[in-house]
Structure formats: C-alpha cells, structure tokens
Design a protein around this ligand. Structure first.
Ligand code: SAM
Length: 304
C-alpha cells in the first residue's frame, strides 16, 4: 500500500498533538512517499540485517575513523566551493531506499527521503527548543547542514559548528557570508570550548555522540560546567528500544557492532538522581534507516 508521512507520524514520535503550523506546512510540502514491502521483500531485508551483523569487516566507530570523516566532508567542501546544488548533504543519505517508520520497515519512494525526513525531525526540534537561544552549538556538526536549517527559525542566534574534522571550520568560513555561523575544532575525546558564550546558550547533537561508544563522560562534565539552558540529543539510544521487537533488537545489536553510544541514557538518569541534571523529555526513535532506529530524542539540562 502507498503511504505518505503525515502529521500523525510526528505526533506519535514527539508525543504531542500540538504541532506548529509552519511545521505542518513543511510536512505537506515535502510529500514523503513510501510503500509496504511484500512478504518476500520483508524476508530479504531481515536476512540482510542479520547477515550484516555477522560481517566481521563492519567498521567500528572511534578514533581511527577520523580520516573517513575528513574525506567525506572534504567532498562536501568541494561541492560548496564549486557552488553545486545542495552541497552540504552528507553522501550517506539517499543510499538505501528503505526507512523504519513506527516499528516497521518500508520502501521509500521519494528521492532523498531519509535526508528530508531528518530535516523535518530537526525542524520540529529547532522550532520547539531553539527559537530563543542567543548562542547555539552543534557538537559533531559535520557539514553544518543542521545549523543552516536552524538559521531559518532563529535569525538572531550566533551558531557554532564544532567537529574534530577541520573541514567543518572551512565550510563555515564559506557559509559566513550568508548566515551567522562560526566553525570550531572540537574532539569529544578531549572536549574543550574556548570561545565565549552568551548566558542564554543551548546545544544539540545529531548522530554524532553516537560515535563515541562509552566515552561521553568528559563531554557531559564539560556541559555541566558550562551550564547551557538546554541540551538536545538526537542519537541512537538502545535503552529506549524494545528488545522484544525483532526489528528494534537488530538495531540494538547493530549499535553494539559499530561501537555506538552505550548506556548514555542510564548514565544521565544516574546524574539526575544526584541532582546534577534534569531530564526533560525522552522519546524513542519513531523513524529510522535501513539498519537502525537512530533518532531517539533526549532533552535535558544541567541544574544547580
Ligand atoms: C554521522 S555524522 C553527523 C554529522 C551531523 N551532526 C549531521 O547530522 O549531519 C557524525 C559526525 O560526528 C563527528 N565526530 C565523530 N567523532 C567525533 C569526535 N570524537 N569529536 C568530534 N566530532 C566527532 C564526525 O566528524 C561527523 O561529523
């Protein structure tokens, strides 16, 4: 059956009936089409997911992965210099034409379905949580495309793109003529923020903290010390997935295989018990890609 992403998908994801009207317009404009899989297609996909988990060559995230990001973002930098269309879209989008939606896997029928869907998810987050911040930091910002999207909803904020890949800074130097953005070198494994921040600052991570496995404690210490008004993580969070769902369990196993973020939410909950932070919202990733339910939402803030 043919389907289209609509407002009720986002209501279910974010656990709210109230969606801003400008966001509802964006959902309609995007017309993200998809269809059910036949039972044989479905079986093939599950076989593929199970076989992938047996693949010994699958890359693990971590320090030695840095070069791969350099190479990838350098391609985007090149496209930007050459003034090509949509230069900032990472090349890993539009590769597999499948999506996880509400617990099932589907075939997507719109070009760049995955990228457009992420842009819709982040648009909602930016409208809801980042409209009034004066400084906004994205950690692990890559090409900075999320911040460029955010600049549509908050024209006053100074945006900061942080990443261990130097290309991020170079890309931001080119984006500067159009938006209020600055790039910085930043490493989750040795995190430092040396530039000055307005008291009303907030930050987010999107599919970047995932890359550090268990090495997020120094990062959280830094955040607690610097006291942002809000932190939003859109990341793979195994604790929010259902082990009894075959599809979600394959995603949990994939996180482990790739050394993605581990026990992060459990750690935040411990900090909450110690009254160091407050967790404002958690939502299980309602949408996902072929391999993972990678977009769970955690909203929190340091207290005290
Ligand atoms: C999947 S990409 C996501 C990029 C961006 N957030 C987005 O949504 O397009 C992961 C990003 O995390 C960055 N990253 C990975 N490990 C990092 C580390 N140790 N310190 C800083 N950035 C890191 C990579 O360079 C890359 O830009």
């Amino acid at each position: 059956m043919k389907k289209i992403i609509n407002h009720s998908d986002f209501q279910k994801f974010f656990g709210t009936k109230k969606l801003p009207s400008i966001f509802l317009k964006e959902i309609k404009i995007n017309k993200l089409k998809y269809r059910d899989l036949s039972s044989s297609e479905n079986k093939k996909i599950f076989d593929l997911l199970e076989n992938t988990l047996k693949n010994k060559k699958l890359n693990k995230s971590g320090k030695k992965y840095k070069k791969k990001w350099n190479v990838g973002w350098n391609e985007n930098l090149d496209l930007l210099k050459k003034k090509r269309k949509n230069p900032l879209i990472p090349k890993y989008f539009n590769k597999y034409k499948y999506a996880r939606i509400g617990g099932k896997i589907y075939k997507t029928e719109t070009n760049f379905f995955d990228y457009k869907l992420l842009k819709l998810i982040t648009s909602f987050i930016f409208i809801k949580y980042f409209k009034n911040s004066r400084n906004i930091l994205e950690f692990g910002a890559g090409t900075g495309h999320n911040l460029v999207n955010l600049s549509r909803f908050n024209k006053l904020a100074k945006l900061h793109a942080l990443d261990w890949a130097q290309e991020t800074k170079k890309i931001c130097n080119l984006l500067k003529k159009d938006i209020n953005i600055e790039g910085h070198t930043f490493d989750y494994f040795n995190p430092k923020v040396n530039f000055s921040l307005n008291k009303n600052w907030s930050c987010f991570t999107i599919a970047s903290l995932e890359q550090v496995g268990l090495n997020y404690k120094k990062f959280i210490d830094l955040i607690i010390k610097k006291k942002p008004k809000l932190v939003v993580n859109l990341e793979p969070i195994a604790e929010l997935l259902d082990k009894n769902s075959e599809l979600e369990n394959l995603s949990i196993k994939y996180f482990l295989k790739r050394n993605y973020l581990k026990d992060y939410l459990n750690y935040l909950k411990k900090l909450e018990k110690k009254k160091k932070i407050k967790i404002i919202k958690t939502r299980k990733s309602y949408f996902g890609s072929l391999y993972i339910n990678g977009y769970s939402l955690i909203v929190w803030k340091p207290i005290g």
